[in-house]
Design a protein around this ligand. Structure first.
Ligand code: ADP
Ligand code: ZN
Length: 293
């Protein structure tokens, strides 16, 4: 089965053709990255890319907020994003009309989790969470074997967090919330607080201790509410190798031995990095296509 996969982001649109062999094997046959400009021209370029690729369906894993309710008049739209030009933008419709194939649609983070759940480190599990810590922060959630959508879809990156004692004065980078996870711990928040990009702060332990404090606080909340069997962390900020061990230490400290499961006793295998070498997003989008085939 040959499908199209689109990982739709605010900076770039990754378009790919993925071939599944029906035995659990997959291959990314082709891939391009198209810079995200205004919707009309960007979508037109992507439609042209997919047009002659002989794909049976397309999956779109998209930045949000998005409308996932099939019976809504704005199903398949990006809704209230601050990204210039993209609010109230129909992203599913043009592909469905122009390509004449079924289109699957979910959040970017649900997509990445589907990649991990079908082909990566969450395979075989019914309850897992994928968190991206990048330009924004978001979480994809699988619960009892299904992706969680609910009223809208989870916006777990906007969880309110308690301030680190040495971070009381920092002005949150989220225009909506004075002390949310994304506002305090996203890549741009790190840059705003410390005056340099994360990649240039690798040798400053205090940066990563504070980052781990915030990420761990969010993870403990997800653990308490969602009871996941695996927590996967991806996104640009997680490319700092010292961060994951610090996060595990902080989760252990903050959870304070209250939950005693085999997973909590073995945090190295419970809280892990993305396992598909940054292909989880595109594979997840391909899984969204397979769902509608
Ligand atoms: P996006 O979220 O836009 O899809 P990324 O997941 O790559 O893209 O996240 C980009 C953010 O991650 C930027 O704020 C960038 O500064 C930060 N980032 C990227 N690489 C690193 C790194 N090696 N160390 C720390 N921060 C990084
Ligand atoms: Zn927020």
């Amino acid at each position: 089965m040959r499908v199209g996969a689109l990982e739709a982001g605010g900076t770039k649109m990754v378009c790919a053709v993925v071939e599944f062999d029906g035995q659990g094997g997959w291959k990314v046959e082709d891939r391009v990255s198209i810079p995200t400009r205004m919707p009309e021209e960007t979508i037109a370029d992507m439609v042209e890319y997919f047009r002659d690729k002989k794909i049976e369906a397309l999956g779109i894993a998209c930045f949000g907020p998005i409308d996932l309710h099939k019976d809504s008049p704005t199903y398949g739209y990006i809704t209230t994003t601050p990204k210039a030009g993209w609010a109230n933008c129909d992203i599913v419709g043009p592909f469905a009309r122009e390509l004449g194939i079924p289109v699957g649609f979910d959040t970017d983070v649900n997509g990445s989790l589907m990649g991990e759940a079908n082909f990566g480190c969450a395979k075989g599990l019914e309850n897992s969470v994928y968190i991206t810590v990048g330009t924004g922060i978001g979480a994809g959630i699988m619960t009892n074997g299904k992706m969680l959508h609910g009223m809208l879809h989870p916006e777990a990156g906007h969880l309110t967090l308690k301030r680190h004692p040495e971070d009381e004065a920092f002005e949150s980078n989220c225009p909506f919330h004075a002390s949310c996870f994304e506002g305090l711990a996203s890549g741009p928040a790190i840059q705003k607080r410390w005056g340099k990009k994360g990649v240039e702060l690798a040798d400053r332990p205090e940066v990563w201790e504070m980052e781990a404090y915030y990420i761990a606080q969010a993870l403990v909340a997800y653990i308490m509410i969602l009871s996941p069997e695996k927590i996967i962390l991806g996104g640009g900020v997680m490319h700092q190798p010292q961060l994951l061990p610090l996060i595990r230490e902080e989760v252990k400290r903050q959870a304070n031995s209250y939950i005693r499961t085999s997973q909590m006793e073995d945090l190295d295998n419970y809280i892990v990095g993305a396992s598909l070498g940054d292909d989880q997003g595109i594979l997840g989008a391909a899984c969204l296509a397979m769902e509608v085939c």
